[in-house]
Write a protein that binds this ligand. Structure first.
Ligand code: M6R
Length: 600
């Protein structure tokens, strides 16, 4: 099966949801889907089905594979079901707190992403009415309210709609009612939920990956809409109560993107996909690029906003714009509102996000829009919430990124950010930069050298990453990757900052990574490396030119300076990955994290 690799569909939520109503048994389909969205959260999992008029719920703490085995999920019967994989917010990681959550008599089952902020008040009121609670989750209140509303209305959609009116916070829910084994209901507010339209079956899911291979027809739900699906119908109701007819989109996908191929982990596969994904990132629409450039040039104030790895790409974009004489700032999304005084009519905010669902980034653009700013975004996920909040959208075109650590999305962001800046500077070229794919391949060939370094330094407790100028965000990205995958403390900073404090931490044997391409900052950065070496540091140089100061040298190919971060980051991604492997961490599922963070 084949499809375009141009973008993919909504990603990003802290938990993974899938529901299916079908003319066939659903347990296998749900299980399959659950495994594909597990990267969104992986501390507990569960499934509910209705068969022979009875609801059955099996769930528990642990990864999907453990729960599948322990609870024999695949043997559950029924042609309707919902399933969930959790990243805990309210309530610890226990069997009882795993989803689905059910009402008192297990008449209603709910799976949920997000946070119900007023759950404590709702719970107290429900308890007064005699409801008994079995978990500490915020989600359970939703099941109890729907039970009450269903008793009154006998209409699953009306009951869910009424329940959502009582909820404050964020949610994407899928609801199943024992008495109605023909119907699933979904609702969303500030968290993604999509419908998959199959033949004789319908899906509700937080991500298209959940049902890829079973259908490529998807309906995106808007905020606050409620949807009811049967095997053959979809009914969508707007917040006003009006029904809307929406045709499915054909989703561009590549089934093979979901397999690990021969790689041990998704993260390693995604790192190795970069020769291909960096060139795909060039598949941009000329008109859209021109519109980005026009709006950026005309902006009264200009911000680039993003979180985590995407923020490091934002810093690179800011650097290039500043270099071109365009004043702008890069601000982490969670902090953009603190700059509200500079957000007004005529302002432009460029938001970078792989998932397009990061809560901080979505909130930032909403604040900006409220104040009159226009929003442009660069995302990987077609149809994501961020894309729908934006005037214009450019896609990363790098296919699904399953590993929690952002890798190929970062290098694609660097390419697209550079294309935008080039368009601002009036450059017309939108073909892949000459030699880039080959250079990425060469950088990947340094893997065996990096494996040696990982083995040598895997027992260290601190790492430092330094660089100057345009390379400083690469150093920060290297440190973030290492923390996230290896759980080793790491700091990334401009080399110039070392002598203002951090140098005090350098002692005999401290590993320091220096990202130092040839160019105007090269000599100064070598001096910083000498200063650290003089204090006992073991300096690992990432550069296109060797120098004696480096205890270890990882060569990366020389490219035009604006694209050097693409090749410099590759050994750093590989180092973090191999460090995780040596330390026996799971690189695809680092502890405490989820692929994309849809809660504040
Ligand atoms: O989907 P986004 O690009 O908006 O995600 C932003 C960050 O949450 C993300 O880059 C995170 O920092 C990665 N896990 C880092 O590898």
């Amino acid at each position: 099966m084949r499809a375009l690799l141009l973008g993919w569909t909504p990603s990003g939520t802290v938990c993974g949801i899938i529901g299916c109503v079908s003319d066939e048994e659903v347990a296998g389909v749900l299980l399959d889907g659950l495994k594909r969205v597990e990267y969104r959260g992986y501390d507990s999992a569960g499934m509910a089905t209705v068969s022979g008029g009875a609801m059955e719920v099996r769930k528990g703490a642990g990864r999907v594979n453990d729960i599948e085995e322990k609870m024999r999920l695949s043997s559950m019967e029924g042609k309707i079901g919902i399933a969930h994989t959790r990243w805990a917010t309210h309530g610890g990681v226990t069997d009882a707190n795993a989803h689905p959550q059910t009402s008192c008599r297990e008449q209603v089952a709910v799976v949920h992403n997000g946070i119900i902020q007023n759950y404590a008040q709702l719970k107290a009121a429900l308890m007064k009415k005699g409801h008994r609670f079995k978990s500490e989750t915020d989600t359970e209140v939703v099941a109890h309210i729907i039970e009450e509303e269903y008793k009154r209305t006998k209409d699953p959609l009306a009951a869910t709609r009424a329940a959502t009116k009582a909820l404050k916070g964020q949610y994407a829910i899928a609801v199943m009612i024992q008495e109605r084994p023909d119907v699933l209901v979904g609702a969303r507010k500030d968290a993604p939920l999509i419908v998959g339209v199959g033949d004789g079956k319908m899906f509700l899911a937080s991500d298209v990956l959940a049902f890829i291979g079973r259908t490529d027809r998807t309906i995106f739900l808007d905020n606050r809409e409620v949807v009811e699906v049967t095997r053959t119908s979809v009914r969508i109701v707007e917040p006003s109560g009006k029904e809307v007819v929406r045709r499915p989109n054909q989703v561009a996908w590549e089934l093979s993107d979901l397999s690990k191929s021969d790689y041990a982990h998704y993260t390693l596969k995604e790192i190795n996909e970069q020769p291909h994904t960096v060139s795909n990132a060039y598949l941009q629409d000329r008109e859209k690029l021109a519109e980005f450039a026009r709006m950026i040039k005309g902006a009264k104030s200009l911000f680039i906003t993003a979180s985590g790895t995407s923020y490091h790409a934002a810093l690179l974009m800011k650097f290039r714009l500043n270099e071109a004489g365009i004043m702008c700032d890069a601000v982490v999304s969670g902090e953009l509102k603190e700059h509200a005084a500079f957000l007004r009519k005529g302002s432009v905010v460029v938001a970078l996000s792989q998932s397009g669902e990061t809560a901080d980034t979505i909130e930032a653009v909403k604040v900006a829009k409220k104040r009159g700013a226009k929003v442009l975004s660069v995302v990987n996920a077609v149809g994501s919430s961020l894309a729908r909040e934006s005037e214009e959208v450019l896609l990363l075109n790098c296919g699904p990124e399953v590993g929690v650590a952002a890798t190929k999305s970062f290098t694609a962001q660097v390419v697209v950010a550079n294309m935008v800046v080039d368009a601002v500077l009036g450059m017309k070229r939108i073909r892949p930069a000459k030699g880039l794919t080959e250079a990425v391949r060469k950088a990947l060939q340094m893997e065996s050298k990096v494996v040696e370094l990982a083995k040598r330094y895997a027992d260290r407790s601190d790492f430092y990453f330094v660089a100057r100028g345009y390379e400083a965000p690469v150093a920060m990205e290297g440190a973030l990757k290492l923390k996230e995958l290896s759980y080793i403390h790491a700091e990334g900073m401009p080399a110039s900052e070392l002598k203002h404090g951090t140098l005090a931490l350098i002692e005999k044997g401290t590993p320091v990574i220096v990202v130092n391409p040839s160019g105007s900052n090269h000599a100064d950065t070598l001096s910083s490396a000498e200063e650290m070496k003089a204090r006992g540091a073991e300096v690992i140089g990432i550069s296109d030119v060797r120098d004696d100061v480096y205890t270890h040298y990882v060569q990366v190919p020389a490219l035009q300076s604006k694209l050097m971060p693409v090749v410099e980051v590759i050994p750093l991604q590989l180092l973090a990955y191999h460090m995780a492997v040596v330390r026996k961490n799971d690189p695809d599922y680092p502890r405490n994290l989820a692929k994309s963070v849809t809660v504040k």
